[in-house]
Design a protein around this ligand. Structure first.
Ligand code: G3P
Length: 214
């Protein structure tokens, strides 16, 4: 299983969480990675943890003030990027452009979507993975994998219906190992989560509980 911890803009210490993710990754067969804010990528990557960006723009080097350039996040140490997170929605053409920009910089890609229909469209753009996250469950602690299992299973079918291999993550409300197991049972290759780790009093303990049953 792939476990991607999105730190959003939570006020956690990104390096402390990154070190916990790195250490727990070494203790389990699951692959753990962390997506800090863009300005923290370099410090986080220096810990040795697998580091992802939370977003890249559909741009190239040039006149793009305030843009997030795929090459720059790769240069800072990111190996992959989220695209079209529910809190960073983009139009289809821009999602496509961001996937191309990430490919150009050799970044892995996870394109997020709200529901199975969008997952089909996202998967058709050829990312490495897609992630289904019902927005209404994000940050609630109510896990998508048990509260809305159909949406995960249908997302897996939608991704399987397009050419190429696009694996599926699910996210929203995931906080413990049972949620991760339920996601795996539904055909998900991993999970995307945030508050269960970034807002935990002890992020390392939260991560250990997450991978313990795997
Ligand atoms: O990117 C992960 C996400 O949106 C889910 O957030 O807090 O429900 O784990 P959370």
């Amino acid at each position: 299983m792939f476990v991607l911890v999105n730190l959003k803009t939570y006020p956690c210490d990104p390096v402390e969480v990154a070190e916990a993710v790195r250490d727990v990754d070494r203790e389990t067969e699951a692959t753990l990675a962390v997506a800090p804010q863009a300005a923290h990528i370099e410090r986080v990557a220096e810990t040795g943890v697998e580091t992802w960006a939370q977003h890249v723009d559909p741009i190239a080097h040039g006149s793009n003030t305030g843009g997030t350039l795929a090459e720059t996040v790769a240069d800072a140490g990111a190996v992959g990027t989220l695209i079209n997170h529910s809190e960073r929605r983009r139009r289809l053409a821009d999602i496509d452009g961001a996937v191309r920009a990430a490919d150009r910089a050799d970044l892995e890609t996870v394109v997020c979507a709200n529901n199975p229909a969008q997952i089909g469209a996202a998967a058709a753009l050829g990312p490495d993975r897609v992630a289904v996250e019902p927005p209404e469950l994000i940050g609630t602690g109510t896990p998508v994998s048990t509260a809305d299992p159909d949406i995960v299973a249908e997302a897996v079918s939608a991704a399987a219906g397009v050419d190429g291999e696009v694996s599926v993550l699910c996210g929203a409300g995931i906080t413990d190992g049972e949620d991760v197991l339920a996601a795996a049972d539904l055909g998900a290759e991993g999970v995307l989560l945030a508050s269960g780790v970034a807002k935990a009093d002890d992020p390392r303990e939260a991560l250990e509980a997450l991978v313990e049953p795997l």
